[in-house]
Design a protein around this ligand. Structure first.
Ligand SMILES: O=C(O)c1ccccc1NCC(=O)[C@H](O)[C@H](O)COP(=O)(O)O
Length: 198
């Protein structure tokens, strides 16, 4: 089970995630209570060991702007929310970066097709909102062996059942490991990762 912990903004939260066995950490580089500057993300990167993916998260930015900002932060992965195109995938790959393409369950059927992204993320309607949804509905999409992440409203308590009912390849969390919006609870981070992997 691949586990990404998103919306990290302090060295302590990054350390808690990686020491718990997270496979990826996310830095929100777009408007959000969790937003960090590219300089801050670069500083936090020091705490991310080789083998753990460090991801810059974007919403309304163009792919070209996201790539430029991620590069300024020293990140090799870009996560793009919002309406996207095959051209966006090409823009990220031409820059030598890897892509998490985020969609919601309400997306058009063709958006669930493989567009060449490294990971597809299936999220709640509003990213980072902590809203749970009907995770079992993903099974109707027939994703098969695709590499995809389940997100939206996951917590240490529900991640096991959510992963099973959706047959998720991986999971992504932010709100469910916070004490208040934008403030990570280190104990919840440490509880989430093993709960997901179990
Ligand atoms: O976290 C945000 O505020 C955010 C803002 C804009 C685009 C994406 C954002 N976050 C993405 C994530 O943190 C995760 O991919 C996922 O949506 C987490 O959902 P949840 O666990 O429900 O907070």
């Amino acid at each position: 089970m691949f586990v990404k912990v998103c919306g990290l903004s302090t060295p302590e939260s990054v350390q808690a995630a990686v020491e718990s066995g997270a496979d990826a950490v996310g830095f929100v580089l777009t408007k959000s209570p969790r937003e960090v500057s590219p300089d801050r993300a670069r500083d936090l990167l020091v705490h991310v060991p080789e083998g753990v993916a460090a991801v810059g998260v974007f919403r309304h930015e163009t792919a070209a702007d996201a790539v430029a900002t991620a590069r300024a932060a020293g990140l090799e992965w870009v996560q793009l929310h919002g309406s996207r195109s095959l051209e966006d995938v090409k823009t990220v790959h031409d820059a030598g970066m890897r892509l998490i393409r985020a969609v919601t369950m309400g997306a058009a059927p063709d958006e669930f097709e493989a567009w060449g992204e490294e990971l597809l993320l299936i999220d709640a309607a509003v990213p980072g909102s902590g809203e749970a949804w009907d995770y079992s509905s993903v099974r109707n999409l027939g994703l098969g062996a695709r590499h995809w992440l389940l997100a939206g409203g996951l917590t240490p308590s529900n991640v096991g059942a959510a992963a099973l009912e959706s047959e998720a390849w991986g999971v992504d969390v932010s709100s469910g490991v916070e004490s208040s919006r934008g403030v990570k609870d280190l104990d919840l981070v440490r509880a989430f990762v093993p709960a997901a992997k179990a």
